[in-house]
Design a protein around this ligand. Structure first.
Ligand SMILES: CCCCCCCCCC(=O)SCCNC(=O)CCNC(=O)[C@H](O)C(C)(C)COP(=O)(O)OP(=O)(O)OC[C@H]1O[C@@H](n2cnc3c(N)ncnc32)[C@H](O)[C@@H]1OP(=O)(O)O
Length: 245
């Protein structure tokens, strides 16, 4: 049963024009094909977990507004797209692969993306990623909730690593398609207060065949304080490898 569901999902994903690439995360496939989204078993409106909610503090909202403004360049005559764009964020990997199309009626699974598995707003990972394709870099605003405590009043190192893996992996996946983390090196420079907001900056260092080298810095929102530095290596993989086949 599981095997046939995975097969069905592979078939679906392989028919997505740009599965796991940047177009796929910005627009549902069926919308792009001009089809009605009422088609069973798909659904049009998965929850985007990276939109502002009541748990976001003023600093988080400020960063969101700042980068959102950079996504839209309005002139008198037209509304152009700026160099940045906000990525949607879903609670299941397959929704990302399918550009937001909800596949759960096709694939029954309790699996949830680690960073998006809490329904309670603000309890764990609150974050939004803005991508700059021209400059091959992205910025994430991350507000750490009370469930992520490590040292008293501060964020757990594993939670920070999770966010670094997520942000650098999102950048690598956006630039080249499906990837897996091969190596992550992290230097923790100063603790991150629980409930605080930080920026996670990530940029492409270089591409070498299947290898994607990415760097990362976690800073205060005014960038005056360095919390964490990291480098990551991702390897391009095919869909079969992603599904463990
Ligand atoms: C959906 C929402 C988006 C959220 C983003 C989240 C991102 C999160 C991503 C993850 O956390 S993935 C989960 C953690 N990672 C894994 O479980 C990966 C487990 N390891 C593997 O599956 C494979 O080892 C791997 C895909 C990384 C590489 O296997 P391959 O067989 O494809 O690689 P191959 O052996 O062909 O090596 C290719 C090149 O990479 C190099 N390489 C591979 N692993 C390396 C390593 N660990 N360190 C350094 N170099 C490495 C290898 O030497 C070689 O270099 P050369 O081309 O120069 O010869």
């Amino acid at each position: 049963m599981i095997r046939s569901c995975l097969k069905a999902s592979r078939t679906f994903i392989s028919h997505c024009p740009v599965a796991l690439s940047h177009d796929a995360v910005s627009q549902p496939v069926l919308v792009r094909r001009g089809l009605s989204m009422g088609l069973w078993p798909f659904s049009a409106s998965p929850r985007d977990f990276s939109l502002p909610n009541a748990s976001w503090n003023a600093e988080m909202r400020q960063v969101y507004d700042h980068y959102t403004a950079l996504c839209e360049v309005k002139t008198e005559d037209s509304e152009e797209t700026g160099p940045w764009h906000k990525l949607p964020s879903y609670n299941r990997s397959l929704k990302h692969a399918a550009g937001g199309v909800y596949l759960s009626k096709l694939i029954q699974s309790k699996a949830r993306l680690f960073t998006r598995n809490k329904k309670e707003y603000g309890a764990a990972f609150e974050y939004v990623i803005f991508m700059n394709k021209q400059e091959k870099r992205c910025v994430c605003a991350f507000q750490a909730g009370h469930l992520l405590e490590g040292p008293p009043g501060h964020v757990h190192g594993g939670a920070i690593a999770t966010m670094i893996d997520t942000v650098t992996g999102t950048l690598a996946g956006y630039l080249v398609g499906p990837v897996m983390t091969a190596n992550l090196n992290i230097n923790y420079r100063s603790p991150i207060p629980l409930g605080g907001v930080v920026l996670i900056h990530s940029a492409l260092d270089r591409l070498e065949g299947k290898k994607i080298f990415v760097n990362c810095r976690v800073t205060s929102t005014d960038e005056s304080k360095l919390h964490t530095e990291a480098t990551a290596l991702f390897i391009s993989v095919n869909m079969g490898h992603l599904f463990g086949m």
